[in-house]
Every structure is written in C-alpha cells, then in structure tokens.
Design a protein around this ligand. Structure first.
Ligand SMILES: [Zn+2]
Length: 198
C-alpha cells in the first residue's frame, strides 16, 4: 500500500439495537483465514476488510483491528451511508471498516454480490497485469468516495478487481464464493514467488 493507514475518513453514528449476526461466524472464519494467509500489508496488522449483506445493510469488520482475534461483538452492521454528509450509521460498538463506502457502493451496484473480501497482497498489487486482473485506472486514497467511484468504473460483472497500488476485492454471492476467489488469488501469488521471486 502506498498510503499509511490513519483511521477512518468519515464520521460514524452508532445506533443501539441488535446486529443481524446470522452469517457472523462464517465471516469471522474468513477473517481468520485471511490472517493465516498473511494477506496484509507487510508492515502492519491491517488485513483488509470483510463484509456480507444483511437485510438492512451489511455486516462488516471494524476499523483497524487484528483479524486473528476478532469476535462477533466487534463486528458492525452498517445500516446507512451518506456520501453527501460523509457519514455512516451503524449498529455496534466499534467503528466500521474505513472502506465502508466501498462496500456500500458495490452492494448498491451489484445485486448478485452478497459478500466482499478486500485484502492486500504485495505480489498481486505489483503484477496485477500479469495476473490478468481487472484493475482500476487511477490510484485513489483508501477509504474515500473517489476510491469507490474508481472501482465502480471498472466493476462490471467482475468478481475480482485490483485497486491500483493498493489491494484486491473479491466478491461473491456468498462468503464462501468470495473467500474461494481470494484464496485462489493468494495461491497464484505464492506460485508466482516460486517461479519468479518477488
Ligand atoms: Zn485496503
């Protein structure tokens, strides 16, 4: 990642109430898998963010937390996002992932997508073209509306998109599908290292 992580870039209104946790265990399973695969920026513990669609919005990982020991309590259900006001309304105790706008934008554009996994893999970022990935044209700062708009420009019906100089987004009709896509990409990156080195 070319930009250091300094927290979320929108304001959050946390609402009280019960989160929809039907898929929480599965979501946490993928957080753990991501952690083990090391799909994180080399210098830090920020592994990316994972979400799945709920009836009211989407359940997402909190901002800036270690994926190895996340619990249901820390997950956040985003109910509403306002680009105009740069605000996010959510149920939970923690702030939602800095990429809440990105997730909201994809769910809005793609009715077939019910789960999104975003991770950072330096090999994939470096060799996106050789990997045959659809890539955004312009680099945009993380956590911004501009980044979300850049992704929507190339999204189409793709289930895997690389954000230029940043990280990948795997999407699926389920967490399982999106997860498998991310795992396959990770394996491809490992095979690349075997053949070509870094
Ligand atoms: Zn990222």
């Amino acid at each position: 990642m070319s930009e250091k992580y300094t927290g979320i870039k929108f304001s959050v209104k946390l609402l009280s109430g019960n989160k929809e946790l039907e898929k929480a265990k599965e979501l946490l399973k993928w957080c753990n898998a991501f952690y083990k695969m090391g799909i994180a920026s080399p210098e830090g513990k920020i592994a990316g963010n994972i979400s799945c669609r709920t009836k009211r919005g989407f359940l997402i990982t909190p901002s800036g937390q270690d994926f190895s020991r996340l619990t249901e309590k820390e997950l956040v259900e985003v109910i509403e996002v306002s680009e105009k006001n740069q605000t996010v309304k959510a149920i939970g105790e923690m702030k939602p992932s800095s990429e809440a706008f990105l997730h909201a934008g994809i769910y809005g554009a793609r009715k077939d997508v019910n789960a999104i996994l975003h991770g950072h893999n330096s090999i994939v970022t470096k060799h996106a073209k050789e990997f045959g990935l659809v890539e955004t044209i312009k680099e945009q700062p993380y956590g911004t509306i501009e980044l979300k708009n850049e992704v929507l420009k190339v999204l189409g019906k793709n289930k895997l998109v690389q954000m230029k100089n940043h990280g990948f987004i795997a999407m699926g009709s389920s967490l399982e599908e999106a997860g498998r896509i991310a795992v396959a990409l990770h394996k491809k990156a490992l095979a690349w290292i075997e053949r070509h080195g870094y």
